[in-house]
Design a protein around this ligand. Structure first.
Ligand SMILES: CC(=O)SCCNC(=O)CCNC(=O)[C@H](O)C(C)(C)COP(=O)(O)OP(=O)(O)OC[C@H]1O[C@@H](n2cnc3c(N)ncnc32)[C@H](O)[C@@H]1OP(=O)(O)O
Ligand SMILES: CC(C)C(=O)C(=O)O
Length: 571
């Protein structure tokens, strides 16, 4: 029987915890969500200025709040939770600031958050005086532990408290342009029948209609189960909420198990129409669900995300400034390293994929940024979010020839022949293995130059010329360093050069020769690459010059000089 790697029981106190299924009744498994697909973006509601802000060690000051609000409207969010105005003077003043005419774009609604307490509700209404298109968001925790331990109420008492608060909200709203939202906090640990009793009661109390729908927001306040459990809970509510066409079913996942994004996506499959979260997942503890990841996940499936993330680094800079928290290097879509490959096989595949993409775009007659994207290892085109390809490939000891060639090509215009790529890759490997560090494009170029070009610099003829005496008959004559005159004839200038070298005692066979122009930014220069065999060893040499012939002669001499270094016998 297979028993390799048999794992041993740990000493972790895991038995202190109960599975989520024992803590909450998960409705019957008559589910349709697994077979559904997401074909349009849900309504997004960023809660950075409330849930995100309340989780910061240094909550945003008015200037940072204004910056965050501006960012959210610029990105295209149309419903934004702007604060908990009864919680602090800063929050109150910020909402009053938004009440100034012209501060909130006409097509944007603001949401204000309040607990189900009359004093807090009244302060909330004072904050929104004079504003239109406001959503008043009332919340109360409804899960058993919160009822019993935190609030000290049984089911009926808590229901009465919520209804009293909801009536107060409706009274203060009167016939103003205000909509209502309710969140049974810790929905995911609340009995489904109790959630329905409370939510359906409020739908009736607030007289929700398709023209003036109520929002029922069902939070996974603390994520406690696998995302399929949350999806089952949401689908059950979707099917059983009264006046379904007068209810916007909203979700508000947190990320305690690291599956906030999965919870939100499965909840949308299960019937949720609206998602609350924060940019890059700021929020209490491990954060709210990340709205950037959700939006770009849709983008990567060909679904319009309905927000603008075309300059993700600018979004990230503003969010980092407002929250005073960094976005990690591996953060989906936004981290510094997420479009970068270090490993050889990934680089090789990306390199080939990018070349294939460029060709496909040309074949289709469209610019590369409009052509269908199917590049291995890159789920989206970095250019879609304003990233360039500079950082896509970076080289260290895990890298292979493809990545090295890619960097030298994109940065310096070199088109290394395949065998030279292989040769140089082992040179790079030795250098990076020794240092253990990443090697930049500049350092690669320096290493390339030192390895293949520099040896020719002291070995090139001091003066030389070639003449075509008759068609196909070339003569090379020149003076080698040290003063020796050499002379040779061949069917081309390089054949004449090797004949001259042979006459001088150095037998060399050219195995491969390639040259190309470098880009115009390099002063009209050409580069030549030569692989030759001399004295029993095979070596590459390279040289650049404005003359192709000079570059070729110097490349031959560089390879000869390297072959000399590599043989015991002087060639
Ligand atoms: C999941 C969430 O994100 S919920 C939002 C959490 N956000 C915040 O707490 C940030 C802002 N909060 C605050 O600044 C303060 O808590 C305030 C101003 C709202 C209230 O402050 P205080 O009156 O000093 O009360 P404190 O915060 O100490 O305690 C909360 C009280 O409200 C009660 N309470 C808590 N939630 C609710 C609710 N949703 N509805 C009604 N009462 C509630 C608690 O039972 C407790 O009552 P008790 O004092 O009789 O035991
Ligand atoms: C009350 C709701 C909206 C909330 O912030 C949460 O449950 O995390």
């Amino acid at each position: 029987m297979y028993d390799w790697n048999r794992q041993r029981p740990s000493a972790m106190p895991y038995h202190r915890y109960r599975p989520a299924h024992d803590r909450v009744e998960v409705p019957a498994a008559d589910r349709a969500w697994p077979a559904r697909r997401i074909t349009e973006a849900p309504l997004w509601v960023p809660v950075d200025l409330r849930d995100g802000n309340q989780a910061l060690a240094e909550p945003m000051d008015p200037a940072r709040k204004r910056r965050m609000f501006e960012l959210l409207t610029t990105m295209g969010y149309k419903e934004i939770e702007v604060g908990y105005p009864s919680a602090s003077q800063t929050d109150f003043d910020f909402v009053r600031h938004l009440a100034t005419p012209g501060m909130v774009p006409d097509d944007v609604s603001v949401v204000v958050f309040t607990a189900a307490r009359r004093d807090l509700i009244e302060r909330t209404f004072a904050a929104i005086e004079g504003m239109s298109r406001v959503v008043v968001h009332l919340y109360t925790a409804t899960a058993p532990t919160w009822r019993e331990v935190v609030l000290g109420h049984d089911r009926a008492e808590l229901h009465a408290l919520i209804r009293d608060a909801a009536e107060h909200v409706a009274r203060l709203a009167g016939d103003r342009d205000i909509r209502f939202q309710f969140s049974p906090e810790v929905f995911n640990l609340t009995e489904p029948d109790y959630v329905l009793e409370v939510c359906n009661g409020l739908t009736a109390l607030w007289d929700a209609s398709p023209d003036r729908p109520v929002i029922h927001n069902l939070p996974a306040t603390v994520e406690v189960a696998t995302p399929n459990v949350y999806a089952d809970q949401i689908e059950y509510m979707h099917r059983h909420l009264d006046r379904r066409d007068a209810v916007i079913l909203s979700v508000h996942p947190h990320n305690d198990r690291g599956t906030g994004v999965a919870c939100a996506e499965l909840a949308v499959l299960a019937g949720a129409q609206r998602v609350e979260g924060c940019l890059f997942g700021n929020g209490e503890r491990t954060g709210n669900v990340d709205l950037v990841t959700l939006a770009l996940n849709l983008h990567s499936q060909g679904v319009d995300p309905m927000v603008d993330l075309s300059d993700i680094d600018e979004v990230r800079r503003v969010v980092e400034h407002c929250n005073r928290l960094p976005v990690p290097d591996r953060h989906p879509y936004a981290g510094d390293l997420v479009y970068t490959a270090f490993s050889g096989t990934h680089q090789d595949a990306i390199n080939k994929g990018l070349a294939h993409h460029a060709k496909r775009a040309a074949d289709l007659g469209v610019p590369p940024e409009r052509a269908p994207w199917e590049v291995p290892y890159l789920p989206i085109d970095p250019a879609d979010v304003g990233r360039d390809y500079q950082a896509v490939i970076r080289v260290n000891s895990q890298s292979g020839k493809g990545g090295i060639a890619y960097l030298l090509h994109t940065r310096y215009g070199l088109e290394l022949p395949r065998r030279l790529q292989i040769d140089f890759s082992s040179v790079v490997q030795r250098a990076t293995d020794g240092s253990g560090e990443e090697i930049t494009a500049e350092q690669l170029w320096e290493l390339f130059h030192a390895t293949y070009v520099a040896p020719g610099e002291g070995a090139a003829p001091v003066e030389w010329r070639t003449v075509e005496k008759a068609p196909g008959v070339h003569v090379f004559e020149g003076t080698l360093p040290g003063g020796r005159r050499v002379h040779g004839t061949g069917n081309g200038p390089l054949a004449a050069l090797t004949a001259a070298l042979a006459a001088g005692g150095t037998e060399a066979d050219i195995l491969h020769y390639a040259e190309h122009a470098l880009d115009p930014g390099r002063g009209g220069r050409a580069i030549a690459y030569v692989e030759l065999r001399a004295g029993g060893v095979t070596r590459w040499g390279a040289a650049q010059d404005t003359s192709v012939l000079t570059a070729s002669v110097h490349a031959v001499m560089a390879a000869v000089a390297r072959a000399r270094e590599g043989t015991a016998v002087q060639v």
